[in-house]
Write a protein that binds this ligand. Sequence first.
Ligand code: PAF
Length: 296
Amino acid sequence: MHIISSPGAMQKRSQSWRRQGIRIGFVPTMGYLHAGHLSLVREARRRTGKKGKVVLSIYVNPTQFAPTEDLAKYPRDLNRDLQLCREAGVDTVFTPGDAEMYPGGRPQGPAHKDARPTGFSTYVVEEKLSQNMEGAARPTHFRGVTTVVAKLFNLVRPDVAVFGQKDFQQAAVIKRMVADLNFPIKIVIAPTLRERDGLAMSSRNKYLDAEQRAQAVILFHALQAVCAAVKKKSVSAARLKADLKEFFTAAPQARLDYVEFFDPGTLEPVTQVRSGTQMALAVFVGKTRLIDNAPL
Ligand code: PAF
């Protein structure tokens, strides 16, 4: 397995693969890998074949974190990640640093008003699908995601890139960016992997203490409860939102940030929820913000 940290070297390697007609599968991550990420690697391998190359990037992208968020304490363990990548059969791990991705430096400390690094001034902004839910709760988040993913696509030059369904809105925004900007890349969305009790796997689960971890499963239970409520009938979104507020009082460590019911294609909120509607929610468990979603 090769480890590359220079963007130029990454680009050269993928250009050489492409000249040889080798297919490239790509899994972008922020590291602290778990079984969910490894399932994306398997999907990338499946899509590129034995002769293809699978690249996984590890980069905690500062521009997608607001100054008040968890950039500094985001979990990192590069040695463990590299070992997992070796075991999973990744061909190349791309681990750029901030100086390579954002020459001129990244924002320093909470006094910084905007997560915009100095010395870098071109951003990719999706304007429709990124407005509600995560986009409303984290106003500069998707601009950071689309910008870094566009940069990574230009460096890795993949044929296929695999993203997790857990970040449903992110996947939709990236698909839209790829279509709008004509990136010749197939975007594959792989299913969410869950812990035994149903909690969606996430690097941020590491922040939870034992009591919070036990209560965090309420996200999954909320999805299940709504699935059951709308089985074979349509229910008003307002009614479900009111019921969910009540539902969350059972887990005192959990605070509902938002819950939304929407059309999975347009991401537009619906007023009547029925089978086929998508549900997404964000919940603070202690100080940790977790997200999950499901088709109903
Ligand atoms: O989903 C993530 O881990 C990140 O948002 C991504 C796509 C790697 C961009 O930094």
